[in-house]
Write a protein that binds this ligand. Structure first.
Ligand SMILES: [Zn+2]
Length: 159
């Protein structure tokens, strides 16, 4: 993916930028600047043309880049409540197949017990979750879930 990461250092702290100027300064499309605004970049005020303060832009881009850079180390899933990678509670992880060969790992955060997900290729499970007992839970659950009611139906029909 050709991710174009804007460099916060190109923005001058003590300058104000219009959408146009900021787009040119960071070498991004004007729509990208509007996206930043939707994602929390605050303009100086709402008077048009909208201006952004350089310091606010730098702050926004720095935070944004660092949150993207944080990779999940092996044995961890990203907890959106803790906002950081966490180990699964009791080392228990479920694998939920989504497509042939890949799916989502699912576990409870050992710190806050929120449900965490991590997309993974089936072939990479051992690498991503070393030392964890990964259960292929969803497949089994749906099998047993379907089997019981149909048995009930059959027995009713027979009886
Ligand atoms: Zn958590």
């Amino acid at each position: 993916m050709p991710a174009r990461r804007a460099n916060p250092n190109r923005v001058k702290q003590h300058r104000s930028y219009s959408v146009d100027e900021l787009a040119r300064c960071c070498d991004v499309h004007k729509n990208t600047v509007r996206n930043w605004q939707r994602n929390g970049l605050k303009p100086i005020d709402t008077i048009r043309p909208i201006l952004f303060h350089g310091a606010a832009v730098r702050d926004f881009l720095t935070r944004r880049n660092s949150s993207r850079k944080r990779p999940c180390p092996p044995g961890n899933l990203y907890c959106f409540r803790c906002r950081c990678p966490r180990r699964p509670a009791l080392g228990m992880v479920d694998f939920v197949p989504m497509r042939p060969g890949s799916g989502n790992l699912r576990a409870l955060c050992e710190s806050c017990e929120a449900i965490m997900h991590r997309r993974v290729r089936e072939a990479d499970i051992a690498k991503v979750m070393p030392g964890c007992a990964v259960q292929f839970a969803e497949g089994r659950a749906s099998l047993s879930g379907q089997a019981d009611p149909s048995l009930d139906c059959d027995s009713e029909r027979l009886g």
